[in-house]
Ligand binder design. Structure first.
Ligand code: CUA
Length: 338
């Protein structure tokens, strides 16, 4: 036991250090996450104090009551000892109840603070959970000013943002640990919450409610950038897909429109308009594909198109056994969709 103590201590220190990394509730990037992190540390130190007190109590009791195994203990009536035991247990219960009550009050206060963001004219983003990806829409009263993308959520840094949630199938949970606590996405039920990110960067998020076979591969990113970068990104996303500029890309577009791709995906500016799978109009502007499962490289894209069931078994995309020339042309076209 004594020899294991240093390892236990070092693994604790390592765990705390690792959790300080970029994508954790202990690396708050905005006011909501800071409030949640603060509550975590309060509870952590209360629990640490309780742990140390219990261990000290055990050690003291063990040191005092040691007797040889053969020696029979006489039964004695120790009134003074009984009185002290009652007092000790009573005060331990009192301290426990007070500590739990304090945690309850602090939790409610933190919950209120996390709900406290507000703004007159916020950026509004509709996030819809699908098995197993995230549909991201920046709604606008004018349909041609509405941005639709998937899995990568751009927000302006330092500004309150409203996230409207819904689910297309089962319950998912939206969780970007550096940004906010978990929020469940319920089918047929819209809700809303606010986020704000004060440090520019790319923050990883993950579905946090078991939602079927590929729950673990239902990631997303929140990208916080300056106002000008955000405006430029949005302006680019509003454009329809660029026209192919060479024969290879033109053939790739033809492959897209004459194979199964067109059954599920939208590429604005073409005849492809299905909403079953992610909108691919600006696919090449995204860093990752398949809900943060693969980097958006030509090779990964090829593997995903040919055999998505090998990469995410059970997902709703069918295999596409394309001829090599067709596949290469399709990849060339998809890579022009900036
Ligand atoms: Cu969606 Cu787990």
């Amino acid at each position: 036991m004594a020899s294991a103590a240093p390892q236990v201590l070092t693994s604790w220190i390592y765990a705390i250090w690792a959790l300080q990394g970029r994508h954790s509730a202990l690396h708050a990037a905005g006011p909501d996450a800071s409030n949640i992190e603060w509550l975590f540390w309060v509870i952590f130190f209360i629990i640490l104090a309780a742990f140390i007190l219990v261990i000290l109590g055990f050690a003291r009791a063990a040191a005092r009551t040691y007797t040889s195994a053969r020696e029979m203990l006489p039964i004695v009536h120790d009134k003074e000892g009984d009185r002290r035991a009652v007092w000790a247990v009573g005060s331990a219960i009192t301290v426990t109840v007070l500590a739990l009550f304090a945690v309850l009050v602090l939790s409610v206060i933190t919950g209120k603070k996390v709900e406290g963001l507000t703004s007159k004219n916020p950026v509004t983003i509709q996030v819809t959970g699908h098995q197993w990806w995230w549909e991201v829409i920046y709604p606008n009263a004018q349909a041609d000013q509405t941005v639709t993308t998937a899995n990568e959520i751009h927000v302006p840094v330092g500004k309150p943002v409203v996230i409207l949630t819904n689910s297309a199938d089962v319950i998912h949970s939206f969780w970007a640990p550096s940004v906010h606590g978990k929020r469940d996405l319920l089918p047929g039920y819209s809700s809303a919450f606010w986020i704000q990110i004060d440090q520019p960067g790319r923050y990883r998020g993950q579905c946090a409610e078991f939602c079927g076979m590929q729950h673990a591969h239902m990631g997303f990113s929140v990208i916080a950038e300056s106002d000008s970068e955000f405006a430029a990104w949005k302006a680019q996303q509003l454009k329809p897909a660029p026209e192919p500029t060479n024969a290879d890309a033109a053939r790739g577009r033809e492959v897209f429109l004459t194979h199964a791709c067109v059954m599920c995906h939208t590429i604005r500016g073409t005849d492809a308009g299905s909403r079953i799978g992610p909108d691919l109009t600006h696919l090449a502007s995204r860093q990752m594909i398949a809900a943060e499962t693969l980097p958006n490289t030509r090779g990964a894209l090829a593997g995903w198109i040919i055999d998505p069931q090998r990469i995410k078994p059970g997902n709703h995309m069918a295999p596409n056994p394309l001829q090599p020339d067709d596949l290469q042309a399709l990849l060339t076209y998809l890579q022009t969709l900036q």
